[in-house]
Design a protein around this ligand. Structure first.
Ligand SMILES: NC(=O)c1ccc[n+]([C@@H]2O[C@H](COP(=O)([O-])OP(=O)(O)OC[C@H]3O[C@@H](n4cnc5c(N)ncnc54)[C@H](O)[C@@H]3O)[C@@H](O)[C@H]2O)c1
Length: 312
């Protein structure tokens, strides 16, 4: 019988692609989401008998208890995501990003596998020269990074669990995110034609949203061998500086004007290269390249021409 997966925050950027991949792989999928962005990216799943949607808040105990019934695997994606969003409402951030994760971890039975995504921005400010492994001490800087690292520690302290330390994700989703670095730089290239880049030498690691979805499925299918650990999830070939990324986008958009500036800083002070060796040894490797993602974004952005806020 096919496994039942609960995806909290499943109507978000990552969740919308993950649900598509899970349904295609034959899983039963229940999404619990409060539709924070007024989004409705799952209308096309509703005809699928293996798909179900619950509108609700992941902080509510009764809602979680109901959602957890008959579930084999829990993927808690619901979060206040990114440093700027978290700083706007620190109280809600702690509740959603930590308290609700602790609650779902307490409510699940020991037979229910939990796979928790966190961010590799927990590696904070390193030199950008030495590869961070899962053994590298976490030094989160922003409230976002702190709450995600605290939640990861909570999850890993219990049985039948694993965590994925995701690189910065790129690619299109029915719930687009333009604040992610590759998505943002590409958007600027095609809409404005110019970009001001600060901290140009700071390095980051990236991964395609569909590789992340495939990775979750790999983790479900190989849980016996993989449980109890954290895994970095990134594309080895995409450990690149912000300058390198901007210049790669320019290869696709030759008229893109890039200005490198001394002014500006990242709230997470991210400057690191990340090793994905542990995940590779567990049998999974990200495949989709930055070039694939940029081509895909350029196609999708042709559909975002009209804005409710601008008569252009
Ligand atoms: N996108 C990335 O680059 C990235 C990298 C590392 C980790 N992550 C993690 O992956 C997860 C998903 O990120 P995303 O990029 O899809 O973000 P997103 O903002 O697109 O999705 C978050 C979803 O959670 C829902 N949500 C928020 N608060 C809720 C609540 N109280 N109850 C129920 N639902 C709620 C929102 O409506 C939204 O659909 C997050 O946990 C994030 O920390 C993402």
């Amino acid at each position: 019988m096919s496994k039942a997966v609960l995806v909290t925050g499943g109507a978000g950027y990552l969740g919308s692609i993950l649900c598509e991949h899970l349904l295609n792989a034959g899983y039963k999928v229940t999404v619990l989401d409060s539709l924070l962005f007024g989004q409705h990216p799952h209308m096309h799943f509703c005809s699928n008998p293996n798909y179900d949607f619950m509108f609700g808040d992941c902080r509510d105990k009764a809602t979680l208890q109901k959602a957890l019934k008959g579930i084999d695997v829990i993927i808690p994606l619901a979060a206040v995501v990114g440093a700027p969003a978290c700083d706007r409402d620190p109280w809600m951030t702690r509740e959603v990003n930590f308290d609700a994760i602790k609650l779902i971890n307490q409510l699940r039975s020991k037979d229910q596998l939990i796979i928790y995504p966190t961010t590799n921005s927990g590696y904070g400010a390193k030199s950008g020269d030495v590869f961070c492994t899962e053994e590298t001490p976490l030094e989160p800087i922003s409230l976002y990074g702190q709450t995600k690292c605290d939640a990861e520690a909570e999850i890993l302290s219990s049985a039948n669990s694993m965590t994925l330390r995701l690189a910065t994700v790129f690619g299109l989703s029915p719930r687009p995110r333009l604040d992610l670095l590759v998505n943002h730089f590409t958007y600027m290239a095609v809409t404005e034609g110019y970009l001001v880049v600060f901290e140009k030498d700071f390095k980051r690691n990236f991964v395609h949203v569909r590789d992340v979805a495939d990775c979750f499925i790999h983790c479900i299918e190989h849980a016996n061998k993989m449980c109890g650990r954290a895994y970095n999830v990134g594309l080895d070939a995409a450990n690149v500086s912000k300058e390198g990324l901007a210049l790669k986008i320019k290869e696709h958009v030759p008229n893109f004007y890039i200005h490198f500036s001394d002014v500006g800083s990242d709230p997470d002070k991210r400057n690191y290269v990340v090793s994905n060796q542990r995940l590779r040894e567990a049998g999974f490797e990200a495949k989709r390249s930055l070039d694939d993602g940029i081509r895909e974004l350029l196609k999708g952005y042709r559909m975002l021409k009209r804005s409710a806020m601008k008569n252009v």
